[in-house]
Design a protein around this ligand. Structure first.
Ligand SMILES: NC(=O)C1=CN([C@@H]2O[C@H](COP(=O)(O)OP(=O)(O)OC[C@H]3O[C@@H](n4cnc5c(N)ncnc54)[C@H](O)[C@@H]3O)[C@@H](O)[C@H]2O)C=CC1
Ligand SMILES: CC(=O)C(=O)O
Ligand SMILES: [Mg+2]
Length: 619
């Protein structure tokens, strides 16, 4: 007997069969219109090629089959599905003609993605063994391209989708996810994906990529991670006009309506999984800070772009001081020009100012004095107290008119003017503007008063980097310290010397922050825990390395770094009396552990991709 007839046979009521038969006889005899009785729901349906209709499941069917939240919200017709598939196939031909490098990276992503769908253990074995080679595929820069082309690449859904149309339903929808336990959620609303802007529902790719690193670097069990997209619409007009777009075709919700959706989502996930950690990712700055303040004292959450990036930048900035042959304590003397005052830029500025203030005595005067080490340039130029409608978050960094007048600068001065006049030790970009550190700007940096100026071109993906390492080394000089958000190869300086290209990316911290928080059992992610993570990363590099301009570790050691960072986070949580323990390791036991024992505790709780022995047991 075929599976199909077995399923029909075991259907619950004879009456219903008879009723259906009569119904079909009277209306139609077309095979495709006959209903199929299924004994599966949720992901099992989506993973079954016989029954899966992908995005074509109607809303009523989604409700009936417990599929709500497991698919992008836009219901597609058969014709649209086929068109999406064909467009994607054709794009391959276009890419082959016009962009061979894109074709390779996307093709690799597809192959890895198929392996991910087929065999998670093997997928993570490959990723961990070849992290240097494949992080640029599953993470920046390729993940940016994947998000941009997601409509075409979408095959099997991964993660959950909550949309503005799901208001009032999220608490029940969250139970459609099959895993009883979820440790780590990465959530985005798609409003600022890397430096690529508003990509709407297609931003799910970034949540998936970040969680790949959680598994590969932090050893979070892949069965307990959950990528989530909150689709509140998009303001990307091209997507709104695209009939093949998978998300809600409406403008973004704003104000109280927006907050109501995010509040409902937070309540739903923390009701089902009270111990989960939620990482907010790539929310536009306008909401990134507000949501962080709203939730950080009541939920286990953090914002990676604001807090993770800040820690990575601090570690790099301290490394740059050491690379000049100076002690870290000289950090408060550094003159720092920051291009970009969004969630990432302001996050870095706040953390850098606090770090300086701590080194200067940790009082109000120290904080005030630290503020004068920063010059912030945004899309409208240098930010001063004369700036109209200045953002509250940027206000503490607005320069005083008199002071900058003495420096020959004024409100709105251009980046090149600022660099020329300030002669900074560090030029740091989080602007999402590719090539912003132009030849002119880099020429101006040659006037730096530092013996070893540092350039952080931190915007992602590669096309958004403020400059390339070749440009930095060739224009400013071989002595510069260089870091970029996306990976670049080292530069052969042609005289037997190598210009080292560091990857200054929050991937060095967020996996350890998440793992450390999980294993400490802390109910919040405190400033102290984040600071401990940053200090751990800063201390990871040896003197010998920093002198060579190597201020971040190689990605091949990311599992070890993450372990150390997680241990530092746990120690701080214990110190602050926040640690409540995890599983059999209760708070009291945790407090008894010494440094090495904490590291072993972390190591013992990191998942590794090994095939378990499987045993069949009836329910
Ligand atoms: N390397 C890393 O680990 C991370 C990198 N990033 C990158 O940082 C970039 C910015 O992210 P957000 O702050 O969230 O974005 P955002 O869009 O909120 O901020 C961008 C900022 O750059 C400014 N800007 C625009 N044009 C400019 C110009 N010509 N000159 C100077 N400033 C200019 C804007 O006024 C704004 O203040 C993105 O490319 C993102 O990929 C973000 C987080 C982590
Ligand atoms: C790395 C990262 O989080 C970003 O570019 O947004
Ligand atoms: Mg991000």
């Amino acid at each position: 007997m075929s599976n199909f007839s077995r399923q029909i046979r075991s259907s619950s009521s004879m009456f219903r069969c008879l009723h259906y038969r009569l119904l079909y006889r009277s209306f139609t005899t077309i095979e495709g219109h006959r209903p199929t009785i299924v004994h599966k729901q949720g992901l099992d349906i989506l993973h079954d090629p016989w029954f899966n209709k992908g995005t074509a499941f109607s809303m009523t069917e989604r409700d009936r089959l417990e599929l709500r939240g497991l698919l992008p919200p836009n219901v597609m017709s058969n014709e649209q599905q086929i068109e999406r598939f064909m467009t994607d196939l054709k794009r391959l031909e276009v890419n082959a003609r016009d962009g061979p490098s894109d074709t390779n990276s996307l093709a690799k992503w597809r192959i890895l993605n198929r392996l991910h769908d087929r065999n998670e253990t093997m997928y993570y074995k490959v990723l961990i063994a070849k992290i240097e080679e494949y992080a640029p595929i599953v993470y920046t820069p390729t993940v940016g391209l994947v998000c941009q082309k997601y409509s075409g690449l979408f095959r099997r859904p991964r993660g959950m989708y909550f949309s503005a149309a799901d208001r009032g339903e999220m608490m029940s929808m969250v139970y459609n996810w099959p895993a009883e336990q979820v440790d780590m959620i990465v959530v985005t609303d798609g409003s600022r994906i890397l430096g690529l802007g508003d990509l709407g529902v297609q931003g799910i790719g970034i949540a998936i990529g970040k969680l790949d690193l959680y598994v590969a670097a932090a050893g979070i069990n892949p069965q307990r991670v959950l990528p989530i997209m909150i689709d509140v619409g998009t303001n990307n007009e091209a997507l709104l006009k695209d009939p093949l777009y998978l998300g809600l075709q409406q403008h973004r919700l704003d104000g109280d309506e927006y907050i109501a959706v995010i509040d409902e989502f937070m309540e739903a996930v923390f009701t089902r999984w009270p111990h989960v950690i939620v990482q907010f990712e790539d929310f536009q700055s306008k909401w990134a800070f507000k949501l962080l303040q709203r939730y950080r004292n009541s939920y286990r959450m953090f914002n990676d772009d604001v807090q993770g990036t800040a820690g990575v930048a601090i570690a790099g900035l301290l490394g740059a001081v050491r690379a000049q042959g100076k002690p870290m304590i000289d950090f408060p003397k550094q003159k720092i020009v920051v291009a970009g005052a969004g969630s990432a830029g302001i996050g870095v500025l706040n953390a850098a100012r606090k770090t300086m203030a701590r080194m200067l005595g940790n009082n109000d005067l120290a904080y005030e004095s630290a503020g004068s080490q920063f010059w912030v340039v945004d899309a409208n130029g240098l930010i001063t107290e004369e700036r109209e409608n200045i953002d509250d978050d940027a206000k503490p960094f607005a320069r005083k008119t008199k002071e900058i007048g003495r420096q020959g600068l004024k409100e709105g001065a251009s980046l090149v003017e600022v660099v020329r006049e300030v002669k900074p030790d560090v030029l740091l970009g989080l602007s999402a503007v590719g090539g912003l550190f132009s030849k002119e700007v880099l020429e101006a940096l040659k006037g730096s008063t530092s013996t070893r100026p540092a350039i952080f071109a931190m915007s992602n993906p590669t096309t958004s980097a403020e400059c390339t390492p070749e440009e930095a080394f060739s224009i400013v000089g071989e002595n510069v310290v260089f870091a970029s958000g996306s990976p670049f190869p080292d530069v052969d300086l042609g005289n037997g010397h190598i210009g080292h290209c560091n990857q200054g990316n929050n991937m060095y911290l967020f996996p350890g922050i998440g793992l450390g928080t999980l294993l400490s059992g802390s109910r919040v992610v405190s400033d102290g825990m984040l600071q401990a993570a940053a200090e751990c990363l800063a201390g990871y590099m040896t003197e010998e390395e920093v002198v060579k301009g190597i201020i971040y570790p190689s990605i091949s050691s990311i599992r070890d770094i993450t372990k150390q960072v997680a241990a530092a986070v746990i120690s701080e949580a214990i110190e602050e009396d926040l640690a409540e323990g995890y599983r059999e390791m209760d708070a009291r036991e945790l407090r008894k552990l010494n440094k090495d024992e904490i590291i072993s505790y972390v190591e013992d709780n990191m998942w590794s991709p090994e095939y378990p022995t499987l045993i069949y047991k009836k329910d």
